[in-house]
Design a protein around this ligand. Structure first.
Ligand SMILES: *[C@@H]1O[C@H](CO)[C@@H](O)[C@H](O)[C@H]1NC(C)=O
Ligand SMILES: *[C@@H]1O[C@H](CO)[C@@H](O)[C@H](O)[C@H]1NC(C)=O
Ligand SMILES: *[C@@H]1O[C@H](CO)[C@@H](O)[C@H](O)[C@H]1NC(C)=O
Ligand SMILES: *[C@@H]1O[C@H](CO)[C@@H](O)[C@H](O)[C@H]1NC(C)=O
Ligand SMILES: *[C@@H]1O[C@H](CO)[C@@H](O)[C@H](O)[C@H]1NC(C)=O
Ligand SMILES: *[C@@H]1O[C@H](CO)[C@@H](O)[C@H](O)[C@H]1NC(C)=O
Length: 256
């Protein structure tokens, strides 16, 4: 019992030592939205100093001291998208970009005490709506059985995504899913349904903060052109049309 406790404490110290201070606050935002990093200060005192730093090099990006704001060279990274609140020292990033992701450190130096806090900001890309299409190669290969026994082969896909999961749902239950952590990758996930299936299916793309859904319309997508009676009745008229064109063409040529 005693040793157990010791180990836990030791482990905690090791983790802290190896990886540096862990972030205190996680912030997730969708690209283009604003995010505010709060200081927990309700009203700044004249001698309070609040300093904001960003990234692995701890680049100074904003400071308020003696009620005077200094934005350093932050415009080089953020343009005019950073705003420091002169009442609270809170930092707001407007119109966020993926490059704003990272660690933000906030230092408060005050007569009432010092405090440091690390914010981990993650900016997620806008998710596209996934696209459901029929896998027609699969459809035409199974021509012998009648349409009621056949399955419709579908695929749901997205392009240029990262840190997402793509899933098929039947009603509210998860059928299958695929995840990627890489940036800018294309994903596709297959689904087989019967033509007569009356369940509602949907394909959902999500990241940790948002999702996009595409509902499957079986009647619209599962149209196989290989129903035997149809194809046999189409063939003769097609041949007729081709012969007709072939025999008419020389006639026109002669007239000119
Ligand atoms: C704080 O900022 C607001 C506008 O953002 C300004 O009107 C006000 O004068 C500023 N106060 C101080 C003390 O600088
Ligand atoms: C910050 O959050 C992101 C997303 O959750 C995570 O991948 C990353 O490892 C975190 N960084 C740190 C230093 O904890
Ligand atoms: C269509 O189905 C075939 C056979 O299952 C498969 O090899 C192919 O990758 C599928 N096409 C797409 C776009 O998923
Ligand atoms: C048709 O799909 C269902 C699941 O949707 C599967 O159980 C069945 O084996 C499939 N049949 C064929 C012929 O692929
Ligand atoms: C998609 O997001 C909405 C809220 O925006 C949530 O209610 C719903 O459960 C999410 N769906 C999935 C499948 O994650
Ligand atoms: C599915 O597609 C068919 C044919 O395009 C259309 O008539 C029907 O309204 C659609 N159903 C839904 C629920 O959108």
């Amino acid at each position: 019992m005693h040793t157990h406790k010791c180990c836990l404490i030791l482990l905690f110290i090791c983790v802290e030592g190896v990886f540096g201070a862990a972030p205190d606050v996680m912030k997730s935002v969708t690209e283009g939205d604003s995010v505010t990093l709060n200081t927990d200060v309700t009203e700044l005192q004249r001698d309070d100093q609040i300093l904001w730093m960003f990234g692995p090099k701890e680049t100074r990006i904003a400071e308020i001291y003696k009620l005077v704001i200094d934005m350093f060279n932050s415009h080089e990274i953020f343009g005019d998208r950073l705003k420091l609140d002169n009442q609270t020292g809170s930092l707001t990033i407007r119109n966020t970009r993926s490059t704003d992701s990272g660690l933000y450190k906030r230092q408060i130096r005050s007569n009432r005490g010092n405090s440091d806090k690390i914010f981990n900001v993650t900016v997620y890309a806008h998710l596209p709506v996934p696209v459901i299409s029929s896998n027609s190669s699969q459809c035409s290969s199974s021509s012998s059985s009648s349409s009621s026994e056949q399955n419709c082969s579908l695929v749901c896909s997205v392009v240029n995504v990262g840190h997402v999961t793509l899933s098929w749902y039947k009603g509210n239950s998860l059928l299958s899913s695929i995840s990627v952590s890489d940036l800018s990758i294309s994903l596709s996930l297959p689904l087989e349904v019967e033509y007569q299936d009356k369940n509602s299916y949907s394909c959902v793309l999500n990241n940790p903060i948002s999702n996009q859904t595409q509902h499957l319309n079986i009647t619209q997508l599962c149209k196989c052109p290989d129903i035997p009676s149809r194809s046999s009745s189409v063939t003769p008229s097609l041949i007729y049309a081709v012969v007709g064109v072939a025999s008419v063409a020389p006639f026109f040529l002669r007239q000119i």
